[in-house]
Write a protein of this length. Structure first.
Length: 517
């Protein structure tokens, strides 16, 4: 039974990524294991060769494998057709062949469970094992342990009146409660929070019953419930990540498709240009990413699905107004206080809002100018003020639909520089613009664009839907389309009736072929 277990042939790991699993068993605190490019999981017994060994009778000798796929920069998991199987987000993996299940892509926050299953439900076997896949929880930070004995209700929130106080500014003053049920069990309740409560990667509506080893996420805190104890740990995002996977977006009761097969991954610091030909679905894509119009697919931010956890994620994805102008006769501090009050709503005290403004002023480096009128600030200081005005909320993704519309060339450039500076704060900024070449600077005599990535949509003549014609580094987009200027991409994909070459289908197929290769 021993020996090295080869990963499934159709995914080949090449190098090591940065991720961990948190393993929770009965009568034990969470234990964190870093994942290598290939890591085996199995039962702990004499002679075991598994990299991660778990003492549990329901874990098979060679239960599963984690491995890293470098080209996509993601981890996958396969179950080695174990006796009791592996459940990911409560869905059991099915055999793919005689060797293993199909490989499943893992996202930050996915919950794997090795457990027994009776009457159509997971029943929490005494030796069950819960595994949290994470790319954000610190491997070194200690977990706080809270014992539930003596409590019927355990309130969780930002204010000091709570049994468990979480100093995260996105947590509501009174956010949630873990409470005993009449039959002696436990349940978790959302008590009117702004940003919601996630249980095992799905947002609860009001109250949900708890099982041992359930994982609760409240904003940037993960809590593991084990019945007699609650372990919790703050999630540290080294960089934010956004995964867009839209299978389709249809209207008119499914008779018309606006978008199809849109896949793209973004990271903090990305300044993304979105281009699209006529009818390619640029605005539809933005509305889908904001959750205003939901597509068939997933929008996953930092491991949390926007559509399944809308309340928890919606405050992290913002739409930047077309104009970033600030009132010249207001002081910088008053401007940020007004903006904070609007973006944070009525759930925060005056002192908390002031503290948030102080933090942003310090972070952007303009505290010394906070009592000056906006009109008294230098051009560079006004630019920093505009950045601070967007950062007082908690958005990690900023989506901009023609933010330079109606501006002259100099103002368009200044607008783009502001948005670029926002992306440098570990944010993801996406821009639709008809003047993409204005977003450029001269370095060592060479003009370079400010954008880091490009997503180009084109309308297919086959189904009339918008497809990806290119997604990747901005450096590669020029040679891909054979152009010297970003704006010339539109000439390649627009139809002849609009002065273009009508090559939308060619580039859609080229991209599909490139991805397959």
């Amino acid at each position: 039974m021993g020996g090295y277990i080869q990963p499934t042939e159709y995914y080949k790991p090449k190098s090591e990524g940065s991720a961990s699993i948190i393993v929770v068993k009965n009568n034990g605190s969470p234990k964190i294991y870093p994942l290598k490019y290939f890591t085996t999981l199995g039962r702990d017994f004499e002679g075991s060769t598994s990299d991660i060994r778990i003492k549990s009778s329901i874990v098979s000798a060679h239960h599963g494998e984690f491995f890293y796929e470098e080209t996509q920069r993601v981890f996958y998991y396969i179950d080695k057709n174990s006796t009791n199987g592996t459940y990911i987000n409560n869905v059991k993996l099915r055999p793919f062949n005689n060797n293993s299940s199909e490989a499943v892509k893992l996202c930050d926050g996915d919950v794997l469970r090795i457990d027994s299953f009776e009457n159509g439900k997971l029943c929490s076997h005494p030796e069950s094992v819960l595994i949290l896949f994470t790319t954000s929880i610190s491997q070194t930070e200690a977990w706080t342990c809270f014992r539930t004995a003596g409590y019927d209700v355990i309130t969780i929130g930002r204010s000091i009146e709570n049994v468990i106080q979480l100093p995260d500014f996105r947590v509501s003053a009174k956010h949630a409660a873990i409470q005993r049920t009449v039959d002696g069990g436990w349940a978790v309740a959302d008590i009117g929070s702004t940003n919601g409560v996630i249980l095992n990667n799905a947002e609860i509506e009001r109250v949900s019953r708890l099982q041992n080893f359930d994982i609760i996420r409240i904003c940037d805190t993960a809590l593991v419930f084990t019945g007699d104890r609650i372990f919790y740990n703050t999630i540290h995002h080294d960089t934010c990540s956004l995964s867009v996977n839209i299978v389709s977006r249809t209207v008119n009761f499914g008779t018309k498709t606006l978008l199809r097969d849109i896949k793209a991954d973004f990271s903090g610091g990305d300044f993304v240009l979105i281009l699209g030909g006529s009818g390619a679905g640029k605005t539809t894509l933005i509305k889908s990413m904001l959750g205003e119009d939901r597509a068939d697919g997933k929008i996953v931010l930092d491991g949390v699905d926007l559509y399944k956890n809308f309340r928890s994620v919606k405050s992290l994805i913002g739409k930047v107004p077309q104009s970033l102008t600030l009132r010249k006769n207001d002081t910088l501090r008053d401007t940020l206080l007004d903006s904070s009050s609007m973006k944070l709503g009525g759930k925060y005290s005056k002192t908390e809002i002031q503290n948030r403004v102080n933090s942003v002023l310090d972070h952007v480096g303009i505290s010394e100018h906070q009592h000056k009128l906006i009109g008294q600030l230098s051009g560079g200081q006004q630019k920093k003020a505009a950045v601070a005005n967007q950062l007082v909320g908690f958005q990690r993704v900023f989506i901009c639909d023609e933010p330079d519309s109606g501006l002259d060339a100099a103002s368009r450039m200044q607008q783009m520089e502001i948005l670029k500076d926002i992306s440098k704060e570990d944010k993801i900024v996406m821009v639709i613009t008809h003047q993409p070449d204005d977003a450029s600077v001269v370095e060592n005599g060479v003009r370079k664009t400010l954008f880091t990535k490009a997503l180009v949509l084109a309308r297919s003549s086959a189904d009339g839907a918008g497809h990806v014609a290119f997604f990747g580094r901005i450096e590669d987009v020029y040679s891909y389309f054979g152009v010297n200027n970003l704006q010339d991409i539109m000439l390649e994909i627009n139809p002849p009736s609009e002065g273009g070459k009508g090559l939308a289908d060619y580039y859609i197929n080229k991209y599909k072929t490139t991805k397959r290769g």
